[in-house]
Write a protein that binds this ligand. Structure first.
Ligand SMILES: NC(=O)c1ccc[n+]([C@@H]2O[C@H](COP(=O)([O-])OP(=O)(O)OC[C@H]3O[C@@H](n4cnc5c(N)ncnc54)[C@H](O)[C@@H]3O)[C@@H](O)[C@H]2O)c1
Ligand SMILES: [Fe+2]
Length: 462
């Protein structure tokens, strides 16, 4: 790894030192790409249009009129269906007289089965636009309902990321979709990603493609005021890990070969200067507002800031990607047997944010060697004092900082607190291995033993 980094730094030095006079009109980075055809030399930032403001949901009816919609598919979950965010949406649609139909059976932490039910609903109605009102579960369900309403000839697994599915590219345009997030976490409103629990393999997987990205994200902080404490808590750790993972992801120049066609550049490209901006903003916001937002449901300032941070982190992950915490979280959530979290209903489940943060201390102890300075910067943005900290201690310092937040937020004590023991680890590793798309975004390559060790180290966190 150190060798790989040295080669990259050397190429960068050559690039900086190369002639940039007008007579030699090609920029140096093009020369670097010629010299390293197996490495990408470019990144791009894609994002939904984002509109943020208190009460801005009132505009959604007119947005649909502007899209010339005549028949809107509104998707939500059975709980949000009865809360103020849905009321605000339906009031706005009613004012315009647009036809709409509500699907309110979205499953929290959706599965292939629940996706198929939503797809059937979308295929049986001739919708010309889609509107998701809810958390990541609702937004992800709405994305696939739109996808398969426009591709009735395809099977679910056709577009699911390889090796679990066929990973076919999405070639047709989808119908316009607006996303109105009601949790502050996933950032799904800006990503071209849809995640589900594939029950057959007891792990989450997903579909990714730019076409899935909503064309408009309406970010209305008023919707956060009904979010219960544990949902604010776990979803907040989703933002936390999105920011940390995209910030520490492998640099886009080291991810792999440049695509043969720019349209094939993957959604998850590795860290880059623009997604780093979003990540830094999020880490600072978390430092200032996370605990306030969790423990004070009526603190509109804190909840608004976390709501915006969720979207910002979504832009970061939607382009840079996430790595080990998320790759390991998918089997952790998929194999849950007994854990029933407060504020999420009565079924056993491990909420997404909890499943990602539980391994975070061990993950960043492992990845710190890839770039100690960046890991220390992350710790500092989260409030740690890093003066006089040695580079060799970067992993420990970031892990301790994360643990402090987990302690304040009363996060369960490691995987053992979620019902797992040492004997479950081989199975969890097996579930993580197919998450290639995420594992290869980590800044260091990992062996199965590395993944086992991270999980072992995460059995007890405090
Ligand atoms: N597509 C992506 O880019 C992406 C990124 C990260 C996570 N995810 C996925 O998103 C899902 C998790 O989404 P989530 O964490 O947003 O939660 P969620 O949508 O699963 O909702 C969690 C709970 O909060 C309730 N809730 C939602 N909004 C509420 C409100 N305003 N007031 C009161 N209760 C409310 C819901 O009814 C539910 O019980 C997971 O399946 C995860 O894998 C997707
Ligand atoms: Fe996430």
């Amino acid at each position: 790894m150190a060798g790989r980094k040295r080669v990259f730094n050397l190429l960068r030095t050559i690039d900086v030192a190369s002639c940039k006079c007008p007579a030699h009109s090609h920029r140096g980075n093009i020369q670097v790409s010629n010299a390293t055809p197996l490495k990408d030399y470019a990144f791009e930032i894609k994002c939904s249009t984002v509109r943020y403001g208190i009460g801005v949901t009132r505009e959604v009816g007119l947005d649909m009129v502007n899209f010339e919609s005549k028949n809107v598919c509104v998707m939500t979950d059975p709980n949000v269906a009865n809360l103020s965010p849905m009321k605000a949406v339906l009031d706005s649609l009613a004012k315009t007289g647009i036809n709409y139909k509500v699907y309110d059976k979205v499953a929290v932490e959706p599965t292939d089965k629940s996706f198929k039910d939503a797809i059937k609903f979308a295929q049986e109605n001739d919708f010309d636009s889609f509107l998701a009102v809810g958390g990541g579960s609702t937004m992800d369900t709405c994305k696939v309902a739109n996808l398969f309403a426009c591709h009735p000839e395809n099977e679910l697994l056709d577009f699911v990321n390889a090796p679990v599915g066929k990973g076919l590219p999405i070639k047709k345009a989808l119908k316009p979709m607006i996303a109105i997030p009601t949790t502050s976490g996933t950032g799904s409103e800006t990503t071209g990603v849809s995640v589900f629990d594939y029950e057959e393999i007891h792990a989450k997987t997903g579909i990714s493609g730019a076409a899935l990205r909503p064309i408009l994200a309406i970010i209305d902080p008023l919707h956060t005021l009904t979010v219960p404490e544990k949902v604010a808590n776990y979803a907040g750790f989703d933002i936390f890990c999105h920011a940390l993972e995209s910030f520490t992801a492998i640099p886009y120049t080291e991810r792999g070969a440049a695509p043969s066609n720019p349209s094939l550049r993957p959604a998850y490209q590795g860290s880059n200067p623009i997604s780093d901006v979003w990540a830094r903003f999020c880490l600072q916001t978390i430092q200032k507002y996370f605990a306030r937002a969790v423990y004070n449901a009526d603190d509109l300032d804190a909840r608004s800031s976390m709501h915006l941070a969720a979207t910002m982190a979504g832009v970061g992950i939607g382009n840079a990607g996430v790595h080990l915490c998320h790759g390991l979280a998918y089997p952790i959530a998929g194999n849950c047997k007994t854990f029933v979290p407060k504020d999420y209903g009565h079924n056993p489940m491990i909420p997404h944010g909890l499943s990602v943060v539980v391994t975070a201390p061990a993950v960043f102890r492992f990845t710190a060697a890839s770039d100690p300075d960046k890991h220390l910067e992350a710790a500092q943005l989260l409030g740690a004092d890093i003066t006089r900290v040695k580079q060799a201690d970067a992993g420990r310092v970031l892990a301790d900082t994360i643990l402090k937040y987990m302690d304040i937020m009363k996060i369960e004590n490691g995987l053992s607190g979620l019902g797992y023991s040492s004997k479950d680890i081989p199975n969890l590793v097996k579930g993580a291995l197919p998450q290639e798309r995420l594992l290869k975004i980590a800044p260091l390559p990992q062996t199965e033993e590395d993944l086992s060790k991270i999980l072992e180290d995460s059995l007890i966190n405090y």
